[in-house]
Design a protein around this ligand. Structure first.
Ligand code: HAM
Length: 403
């Protein structure tokens, strides 16, 4: 009988990758807390209608990629393809849209998209995301961008930031009309032709070379923004300039989810192959109202953790690693209690095997111990422990209570 394998596009995050994953989450969570975001968990399974209404029926995610099924209670449900919709559902369900003020959440966890798997593109992947509600000021957009820069820098990742404005309900509809009139005269791929009727701005980010050429003279949204959106976009660029954040304006950056208004951005890396987006986000001022809540400005982002794993550089912190070993059978009980106590303040490595002095020293080196503590017959009788600092080579024998 063949052994059961994991599903295509789904992987185990283990060993070294597991450590890097955890290292990233710890760093990113600390930074998000400093920026005033609180931890949030929402369910992985939600009603399908939630994503249809928020991410959009015309998006690839909803159109082709949902893990959707009817559960035993005849509910149409799906595994979340992204995190924002669930957070907005939670926000409305708990009447937080009526509470006023600002609310900020961060989350991380698995997302599911039935895409064609390739390097950097999985069917189950993990995101670290933040959502900020109640702040209409473009300073919050800048704040979010600064936070992502800080998170990526904290784990040694280089990136390029692309920004765009997708306008609002005033300026986007006339722009779309204008764009459709232009697109109808071009020779585009089948996908693009279909999108002209469903979501014309998605045509702008077609990766097909011949479409790219055709689109060279397409009208740009940034030339068609209303006074308010234009002023916000100028202000955002000014804040980024003044705070030393390098960026490129990419007027073809439209994002694959339909809920964005005004600011949209992506962080890309040229070190990870064709799936180069490591983070994406933007403003979604209409989504809360669209899902039945009170109109609430909002902005957020998500980072794709798997795409970062091979880029993360761990900052070595000089951590104390204590090795504790028994040199006789009777000492194992003492070693166990000592380990239990020492672990409250330090990383401790040990096992429950009796070894001679030299074997313990060899073993402690393999585990990069900075402090070695051994107990044998003599130490048991005297109530002491032999301790060596492996960095200074200093050796001492001290009462066990003082270790
Ligand atoms: P997104 O751009 O669809 O945005 O996803 C964010 C990030 O998730 C991407 O930049 C990428 O790194 C990662 N990602 C997406 N699909 C895959 C995949 N199949 N395999 C591996 N990694 C992937 C969102 O999901 C929005 N909810 C972000 C947001 C939050 N906007 C506002 N708030």
């Amino acid at each position: 009988m063949d052994n059961i394998q994991s599903l295509r596009g789904m992987k185990d995050i283990k060993e070294k990758e597991g450590e890097l994953f955890n290292y990233f989450i710890v760093n990113a969570s600390k930074i998000a807390s400093r920026y005033g975001f609180g931890y949030l968990e929402t369910p992985i399974l939600e009603e399908t209608a939630l994503f249809k209404r928020s991410v959009g029926e015309s998006s690839d995610i909803v159109g082709k990629e949902m893990y959707q099924f009817i559960d035993k209670g005849e509910n149409d449900v799906c595994l979340r393809p992204e995190g924002t919709a669930g957070v907005v559902r939670m926000f409305i369900q708990n009447k937080l849209d009526r509470a006023g003020g600002t609310r900020k959440y961060f989350y991380y966890g698995p997302m599911f998209r039935y895409e064609r798997p390739q390097k950097g593109r999985l069917r189950e992947f993990h995101q670290f995301g933040c959502e900020s509600f109640g702040e209409a000021s473009v300073y919050e957009d800048a704040n979010i961008i600064l936070m992502i820069c800080e998170i990526l820098q904290s784990v040694g990742i280089g990136y390029k930031l692309l920004i765009n404005s997708l306008g609002c309900k005033e300026c986007m509809p006339p722009y779309k009309e204008n764009l459709v009139a232009h697109l109808e005269n071009l020779h585009l791929c089948e996908d693009c032709d279909r999108r002209i009727g469903t979501n014309p701005i998605r045509v702008l980010d077609c990766k097909n070379e011949s479409c790219k050429k055709e689109l060279q003279n397409a009208p740009k949204i940034t030339d068609n923004l209303c006074v308010e959106c234009d002023a916000d976009f100028i202000k955002l660029k000014k804040i980024l300039d003044e705070n030393g954040v390098a960026y490129e304006v990419d007027t073809n950056l439209v994002r694959g989810l339909d809920y964005y208004t005004k600011t949209a951005f992506e962080f890309v890396s040229n070190e990870i192959g064709s799936q180069s987006a490591i983070a994406g986000g933007g403003r979604y001022d209409r989504l809360t109202e669209f899902l039945g809540g009170r109109a609430t400005p909002a902005v957020g982002f998500a980072i794709g953790i798997e795409r970062l794993l091979e880029l993360i550089k761990v900052k070595e912190e000089s951590e104390e690693i204590v090795y504790i070993g028994a040199m006789c059978e009777e000492a194992i009980d003492k070693v166990f209690s000592l380990v239990a106590n020492k672990r409250k303040i330090s990383k401790v490595v040990t096992d429950y095997k009796v070894r001679g002095f030299t074997k313990h020293i060899e073993n402690s080196k393999k585990q990069n111990a900075t402090v070695i503590a051994l107990i044998g017959d003599k130490e048991l009788t005297d109530g002491t422990v032999w301790v060596k600092n492996s960095q200074t080579n200093e050796e001492i024998i001290i009462p066990i209570g003082e270790f």
